[in-house]
Ligand binder design. Structure first.
Ligand SMILES: *[C@@H]1O[C@H](CO)[C@@H](O)[C@H](O)[C@H]1NC(C)=O
Ligand SMILES: *[C@@H]1O[C@H](CO)[C@@H](O)[C@H](O)[C@H]1NC(C)=O
Ligand SMILES: *[C@@H]1O[C@H](CO)[C@@H](O)[C@H](O)[C@H]1NC(C)=O
Ligand SMILES: *[C@@H]1O[C@H](CO)[C@@H](O)[C@H](O)[C@H]1NC(C)=O
Ligand SMILES: *[C@@H]1O[C@H](CO)[C@@H](O)[C@H](O)[C@H]1NC(C)=O
Ligand SMILES: *[C@@H]1O[C@H](CO)[C@@H](O)[C@H](O)[C@H]1NC(C)=O
Length: 326
């Protein structure tokens, strides 16, 4: 009798605790379902799978007034006729009068280089992270290397070297944005992204992979570069004009390479982290790889305005700037 009472008490306890466990499980589960649902509804509205997506335009009027998702980014055989405005402005940038015919040169590009839309894969399932690496001296001693290499795309600018600076600038390069006067050799896995400021730049690109007979523009340039022909891309002149109009708001003669690269990243990435932009903390403007000091105001670019735009992009949660420590 006593034994059976004890047994049933045991039984009751067991029943009770399993009920509690079940109840807890249920609660936990519904909590999960709840979180999942609300997460789902967020990502339904989102343009990508990262926690914050560059291209989401609801949360910033300032951004959506400037950002045009339909602008042609890369030149190809079907978008190589320039609209009159762009053509007039872009031709003013040429330093030589009879530079040639844009469309005719463009038509020579595409039997040679890939003629495709590389970045039309944006969508709610993609989270593409990008590091835009400028050449500022504030990279020195930063130890950003591993962080930079962790990104899906690592974009570098002009001659910014890697060798000897890996700890601070990383060792991976998926894209290098350059023009003839700033060209260097690339490894086989890097996209050569030509920023054409003139028709001769496109002619140089052709020559560099064929006849190698263009050896100077307004200065001596390399007659050829080591690079993978199947990874060459050419920024569309209309994109350059768009950056000038919408993001530099007409400051300077044309936008700087760093600024253009950053806006390029806004258009092909979901998350953009910025390294090596700006002065060192004591106000010096120089490259991490050479001791030449420059004034930001100097030259053809609207440096001060570009700086303000970049800072605003961070305030609007579109980019994250990593300033280094010095
Ligand atoms: C050309 O530029 C002018 C002045 O900036 C502007 O009013 C006009 O709408 C532009 N036309 C095209 C086709 O973009
Ligand atoms: C450039 O070439 C294209 C195609 O050959 C031609 O239709 C166009 O009129 C030319 N443009 C100029 C400004 O000569
Ligand atoms: C060329 O680029 C445009 C966007 O500017 C795109 O719509 C078109 O599909 C591209 N053409 C090719 C052949 O990839
Ligand atoms: C570079 O990559 C291409 C494929 O994009 C391949 O065909 C070629 O053999 C590679 N070249 C070298 C030197 O590795
Ligand atoms: C380079 O070679 C091509 C083809 O032979 C020729 O059409 C072009 O005029 C040459 N350019 C220079 C700058 O010598
Ligand atoms: C860039 O803008 C920030 C914020 O307005 C300012 O503190 C900084 O001095 C600017 N840098 C330059 C070089 O203009």
């Amino acid at each position: 009798m006593v034994a059976s009472l004890q047994k049933s008490r045991h039984y009751m306890t067991a029943l009770l605790s399993s009920t509690i466990i079940l109840l807890l499980l249920y609660l936990q589960n519904s909590l999960l379902v709840f979180t999942y649902r609300s997460y789902g509804s967020v990502s339904e509205r989102s343009t990508c799978a990262c926690s914050i997506c560059v291209a989401d335009r609801e949360n910033s009027n300032w951004f959506s007034e400037r950002y045009n998702p339909d602008i042609p980014i890369l030149l190809n055989s079907t978008n190589s006729v320039l609209n009159a405005n762009v053509s007039r402005w872009w031709e003013e940038l040429q330093y030589s009068q009879n530079a040639g015919n844009f469309t005719e040169v463009a038509n020579q590009l595409f039997p040679l280089f890939p003629n495709k839309e590389h970045y039309s894969d944006a969508g709610p399932d993609r989270c593409r992270t990008c590091a835009v690496v400028g050449n500022s001296g504030n990279l020195l001693g930063s130890r950003y290397g591993p962080l930079i290499d962790y990104h899906d795309f690592v974009m570098r600018i002009n001659k910014g070297p890697i060798e000897g600076y890996e700890k601070d600038v990383g060792s991976k390069t998926t894209h290098r944005i350059m023009y003839p006067e700033s060209a260097i050799d690339l490894d086989n896995s890097t996209h050569l992204v030509l920023l054409p400021f003139k028709i001769l730049d496109m002619q140089w690109l052709i020559s560099a992979f064929t006849t190698e007979n263009i050896t100077e523009t307004y200065m001596k340039v390399p007659s050829t570069v080591n690079a993978n022909k199947d990874k060459v891309m050419i920024i569309h002149p209309e994109f350059i004009r768009y950056v000038y109009d919408n993001w530099a708001e007409g400051h300077g003669r044309y936008p700087s390479t760093g600024f253009l690269t950053l806006i390029f990243a806004l258009h092909i990435c979901d998350e953009v982290n910025v390294f090596g932009f700006g002065a060192t903390s004591d106000g010096f403007w120089h490259h991490y790889f050479e001791e030449i000091f420059t004034s930001y105001e100097y030259g053809v670019h609207g440096g001060k305005f570009e700086n303000e735009t970049i800072i605003r992009l961070q305030q609007e949660n579109k980019i994250l700037i990593h300033r280094g420590w010095r």
